[in-house]
Ligand binder design. Structure first.
Ligand code: SF4
Length: 435
């Protein structure tokens, strides 16, 4: 029986003492070794890992029990059964694996990438009837929005949500929109300059319902790769943007464009004017209204960790993800998406040293794939994304063998009206290419 979750192994990792911490060999939760189905029985919760302190909404999907036989299979048997099911299904199935997935899942993926790369990769397999998305819920929704009606998108574990995505919901955003309308007038109506008062911009990491909201109101979806281009396009048509759910990506991107922090009020949902001292005047003067959301994986990185890495490796190149807090991005040598980080490592001369601020599973894989470099995670504590690692091989085996029997389980379906509006916002993103 598979009784523990394989944790990422880091190569050439500095010692705890050298990095000024005593916790380098520990994990963020003793429960990390638990089987994911143990966590699934606890109802809507993110489970052990980086998001364990975040509150999951009551509406978060819950994964029902999978057949006991899958929970009792050892790693080798699971691997063999997944491989056999894949062979039997042939080109009828495509398996997508996010960069943050564990290696035992990635081993079966036809494509490895970030959320949008994977959604597009699925489209390249027109013959596939089934798209098995080894990632989190909003990614599977996006794949469903972009795929054909006769293709079924499957999420192996329904409890694989995203705490950041859940920090913005339609009710909260609608309330914000209504309050901003009181302050700024009809938000969808252009003024004499041809610009609307506010355009909604959402990071890819949100529900399809919010992408639909954005599509309905003339807004655009962005990724961590193209957020700056999307904001540039938005400011051609709007005086301000409402950016959700990740405040850090919004702040880091806007500041790099020269927008002052004083023009980026933070909006906490459910409060008058979003709280945080916001006033009619500050909202009128704003350029980027930042939603109070964050990624608990990337929030773990600190300036102290960067200082410790530099102290031990004077030649270290520090790369962090733009979901990290602003002071961490400022202290790093560069910031960029998961794909940017991967390409930076691949193109570096042998013998390079990298301290990386992104999800530890991906950092561990980069380190294993590039023994010619010294690569370590900035965070000395092993603390993976709570939901990405919920995709255990037992779930993948279960969904694939169900397909072999002709049974589609864990299908993710976005209602057509919602999908059509979400597609508008995604299409605008594709049109927002650098000029
Ligand atoms: S790493 Fe952060 S943004 Fe990505 S799925 Fe996990 S919680 Fe969500």
């Amino acid at each position: 029986m598979t009784t523990s979750l394989p944790m990422p192994t880091l190569h050439a990792r500095p010692t705890a003492a050298a990095r000024g911490t005593a916790a380098a060999s520990s994990s963020c939760s003793p429960d990390l070794a638990a089987d994911p189905w143990t966590v699934d029985r606890r109802g809507p919760a993110y489970g052990p890992g980086a998001s364990q302190a975040d509150r999951a909404p009551a509406s978060a999907p819950v994964q029902g029990p999978i057949p006991e036989e899958y929970r009792e299979l050892d790693d080798a048997t699971l691997h063999a059964r997944i491989t056999a099911a894949r062979e039997e299904l042939g080109e009828r199935v495509v398996v997508l694996g996010h960069f943050y997935q564990r290696d035992e899942i990635v081993a079966h993926a036809d494509f490895l990438g970030d959320s949008f790369q994977l959604a597009r990769a699925a489209l390249s397999r027109e013959e596939a009837e089934y798209i098995v998305f080894c990632g989190v819920h909003f990614m599977a929704e996006t794949a469903d929005v972009l795929s054909r009606d006769d293709q079924a998108v499957i999420l192996p574990n329904l409890a694989a949500g995203c705490s950041m995505a859940d920090m913005a919901d339609v009710a909260g955003v609608e309330d914000c929109w209504a309050q901003l309308t009181e302050v700024l007038g009809d938000l969808d109506a252009p003024d004499e300059t041809g610009k609307v008062p506010v355009m909604p911009i959402t990071y890819m990491n949100c529900s399809a319902a919010l992408k639909a909201f954005v599509g309905r109101h003339g807004g655009i979806v962005c990724t961590s790769s193209n957020a700056a281009v999307v904001l540039e396009r938005a400011f051609e048509k709007a005086h301000r943007v409402l950016f959700f759910p990740d405040q850090h990506l919004g702040r880091n991107t806007a500041r790099a464009m020269g927008i002052g922090l004083e023009r980026m009020p933070l909006w906490s949902p459910g409060r008058p004017y979003g709280g945080n001292g916001n006033t009619v005047a500050s909202l009128e003067d704003s350029q980027v209204i930042l939603w109070h959301g964050f990624c608990s994986v990337h929030k773990r990185f600190t300036v102290d960790q960067i200082s410790a890495a530099r102290a031990q490796h004077p030649d270290v190149r520090v790369i962090v993800h733009p979901e990290c807090p602003m002071e961490v991005v400022d202290a790093a040598d560069e910031s960029g998406s998961t794909d940017h980080i991967r390409r930076a490592v691949e193109s570096a001369p042998p013998g390079s040293t990298f301290a990386i601020g992104t999800e530890i599973t991906m950092v561990g894989r980069l380190a294993a794939e590039h023994p010619e470099h010294t690569i370590f995670c900035l965070d000395p504590v092993v603390c993976p994304c709570s939901t990405m690692y919920r995709i255990h091989p037992a779930y993948l085996a279960w969904v694939l063998e169900s397909l072999v029997r002709g049974e589609v389980v864990n299908r993710i379906t976005v209602p057509e009206a919602e999908a059509a509006e979400a597609r508008l916002a995604l299409d605008r993103m594709l049109e927002a290419v650098p000029r």
